[in-house]
Design a binder for this molecule. Structure first.
Ligand code: NDP
Length: 287
């Protein structure tokens, strides 16, 4: 029977570390690290995410500014807000909550964020740095998964990792990070011919798809580590991941639950990234 990796506990630990680092930053530079979040419109899920980030900042000693703009805000106005935050010396991290309303070019907005303040790591320059392995910030969910594996003491070098999902947000950057850990990597997607066969090879099986029970028990190799990034809402309102948890936990050595697995790690890593961006900016100024 698999050991459950407790993401809630691990995230709390990471947030406590971020709080210590934020306090260190404040002692050294006389101000708290600062995160600015822009939200356009009233998408209820986005509002919950933004509220959670704001609360996490408060608990970590990071000053957070939420800029709420009406749903009919134009691209020009949004770009001007981003430009102002790029220039603001108190703002170390900028996050534009997605999705944006129709009519606003997401790529244009992401590209407008100063790369040094891009704590979501969406800017193409930062994505390029991630590809080359020469980076300060890694995207929050992928780096949260890596942190979970590290802190659980999972050996990655030389092991077969199968990444199911190749989105720019999760699958692709996480695949890069696993490759950097010297895993032998397979990336699967909707056009993969025999997903079961691929998954059964995995020592470390990671799913980021968004389909309940896509990964069934017979797709899990005995002793594999199973990381479930998927978040799906079922008809009865409950949450589940991509993995058939009950079946997979009988075969896996370690497994993450949903909820309480990867989910809480994302905001914790955002706290880390904000503090990291703050230190990097100040250290650059001092040079
Ligand atoms: P996307 O929809 O952008 O990407 C889904 C990926 O899954 C695509 O690469 C797609 O392939 C692939 N896919 C779809 N169907 C299949 C299939 N039958 N077999 C194999 N691969 C398939 O989603 P995201 O990456 O943004 O998110 C994935 C999941 O992770 C979602 O449930 C989301 O809610 C969750 N999530 C969780 C976070 C957390 O904090 N825990 C943070 C971010 C996301 P193709 O490229 O061919 O279309």
């Amino acid at each position: 029977m698999a050991k459950i990796i407790n993401g809630k506990e691990m995230a709390a630990q990471i947030r406590a570390e971020a709080a210590l680092e934020a306090a260190q930053f404040a002692r050294r530079y006389g101000r708290a690290p600062g995160l600015a979040v822009i939200i356009v419109g009233s998408d209820p899920a986005s509002q919950i995410y933004v509220r959670n980030k704001h609360k996490a900042c408060a608990a970590c000693g990071i000053s957070s500014q939420v800029i709420e703009l009406p749903g009919d805000t134009g691209e020009k106005e949004l770009l001007a807000r981003v430009a102002a935050l790029n220039e603001d010396a108190q703002t170390d991290g900028i996050l534009v909550q997605l999705p944006l309303p129709e009519g606003i070019d997401k790529r244009k907005v992401i590209s407008a964020v100063a790369p040094a303040k891009d704590v979501d790591v969406f800017h193409s320059l930062n994505v390029g740095m991630l590809t080359s392995g020469d980076y300060t910030l890694a995207p929050c969910t992928p780096s949260g998964v890596l942190e979970m594996l590290r802190r659980t003491g999972i050996v990655m070098e030389g092991r077969k990792c199968v990444m199911v999902g190749r989105s720019n947000l999760v699958g692709k950057p996480l695949a890069l990070l696993m490759l950097e850990q010297n895993c032998t990597l397979t990336v699967c997607h909707s056009k993969t011919v025999d997903l079961k066969k691929e998954c059964r090879q995995a020592d470390i099986l990671i799913s980021a798809v968004g389909k309940p029970r896509l990964i069934t028990g017979d797709m899990v190799k005995k002793g594999a580590v199973v990381i479930d990034i998927g978040i799906n809402r079922l008809e009865d309102g409950s949450l589940c991941g991509d993995v058939d948890f009950e079946a997979a936990k009988k075969k896996a050595s370690y497994i993450t639950p949903v909820p309480g697995g990867v989910g809480p790690m994302t905001v914790a890593m955002l706290m880390k990234n904000t503090v990291r961006a703050a230190f990097a900016a100040m250290e650059k100024k001092e040079k």
